[in-house]
Design a binder for this molecule. Structure first.
Ligand SMILES: Cc1cc2nc3c(=O)[nH]c(=O)nc-3n(C[C@H](O)[C@H](O)[C@H](O)COP(=O)(O)O)c2cc1C
Length: 172
């Protein structure tokens, strides 16, 4: 699948088949995340790969009972690692590490789509509860990305017009 098709085909999918994800595909997704740009190439993020049923169930509960998290065969939790980008002071610790984690998660989502898999970005979760589940101490969970073969075909969601979001030379 070419890049533009992957971008156009990606949807947030919230129902997954139980079919396992092939290891080679999972590796490709992780390699894609790992090739994302990052501030100073410090890659100030950690990825927690979760396949264990109990762990996934706990994550679903910590995410307002978004049960599809437990349904997905694999779940990636992207965490910002402020220490890793502390070279850049508070801008590194407060912003760059979050941006690094976010970009890597986006790359993972697009890679999943290109491989015929689906995912959804889950941001609504109890940060403390998720940190406890994944044993995050000095890192901050940013996004939970359940991945699997889709068991639904959501419609394309609307977007703002490009002319509404792009401003020439300065903001109005
Ligand atoms: C920061 C962020 C947080 C999100 N949190 C959730 C979430 O907790 N649960 C959920 O089902 N979808 C969540 N989404 C997915 C959005 O609802 C979805 O991307 C948006 O409706 C556009 O639909 P699309 O992804 O199919 O294009 C989140 C997306 C982003 C970027």
């Amino acid at each position: 699948m070419d890049f533009f098709t992957a971008v156009a085909n990606r949807r947030s999918v919230r129902a997954f088949k139980s079919k396992a994800i092939e290891e080679a595909k999972l590796q490709k997704i992780l390699e894609s995340a790992n090739s994302a740009p990052s501030a100073g190439n410090l890659q100030a993020y950690e990825i927690v790969l979760i396949k264990d049923k109990k762990q996934k169930k706990a994550l679903a509960e910590a995410s307002n009972n978004q049960e599809f998290i437990a349904e997905a065969p694999a779940v990636l939790v992207f965490c910002a690692n402020p220490m890793q980008s502390s070279r850049y002071g508070s801008r590194g610790a407060d912003l760059y590490c979050v941006q690094d984690a976010t970009i890597a998660a986006s790359y993972a989502q697009l890679a999943a789509t290109a491989l015929g898999l689906s995912s959804v970005w889950v941001g609504a979760f109890d940060e403390k509860a998720v940190s406890k589940i994944i044993n995050a101490r000095a890192v901050l969970p940013i996004a939970i990305i359940p991945i699997g073969y889709p068991n639904e075909e959501p419609e394309k969601t609307p977007r703002r017009k490009i002319s509404d979001i792009v401003h020439h030379e300065k903001l109005p």
